[in-house]
Design a protein around this ligand. Sequence first.
Ligand code: SF4
Ligand code: FES
Length: 246
Amino acid sequence: MNLTLKIWRQKGSHDKGGIVEYKVSDISEHMSFLEMMDVLNEGLIAKGEEPVAFDHDCREGICGTCSLQINGEPHGPDKAITACQLHMRSFKDGDTIYIEPWRAKAFPVIKDLIVDRSAFDRIQQAGGYISVNTSGNTQDANAIPIPKLDADLSMDAATCIGCGACVAACKNSSAMLFVGAKVSQFALLPQGRVEAKDRVLNMVKQMDLEGFGNCTNTGACEVECPKSISLTNIARMNREYLKASI
Ligand code: SF4
Ligand code: FES
């Protein structure tokens, strides 16, 4: 395939940035999207030009770093996968593809397609953990019976990889699907109930401090989430927040 790429280039966080057009040729349909980006960058380096900066690590849908807005959709046109799992067979010869970074005030652009998602880390640090008492009286977790449905729902919430696509998809740049998943994975388990009140209050407070918007039930986050995290996690977080507040 021969393709035209329109890519957001931005030297640094204070640079204005803009779209730059590139041509790539002989792209195999079996290549992953990131491999196609590698081909582009190898060509740019060979010509002595600056390669396009983009985030990636695992390239198998686990780490959540490959934050690319492709033709206006977080992680591209296919559903329930990350950009690194997207393959070029989803495009056709002659296509023009727009590639941009996540757009959200709380995710400032560092360079080109890389954004700073440390706001998510700070939300996690505010309460997305369980403090385990290892004084010698700790109960074996396997000795605590947990209903199968609760265990399954908790596991579903725990599959969130913190990629930020939910924020990028939302017209309000809301992080509530992410925070809802992180609150829910513990709220559903007895081990998570001990700190449940402080957890939800502190995580929501940090979410607001970071400048994320609020949820208006549009559901774009759920549609674009590569892990199909359900909106019911936002509803559960809201219930947890209400209970903790009163
Ligand atoms: S909820 Fe989905 S879209 Fe949002 S950070 Fe988690 S995995 Fe990514
Ligand atoms: S590179 Fe790790 S999820 Fe895409």
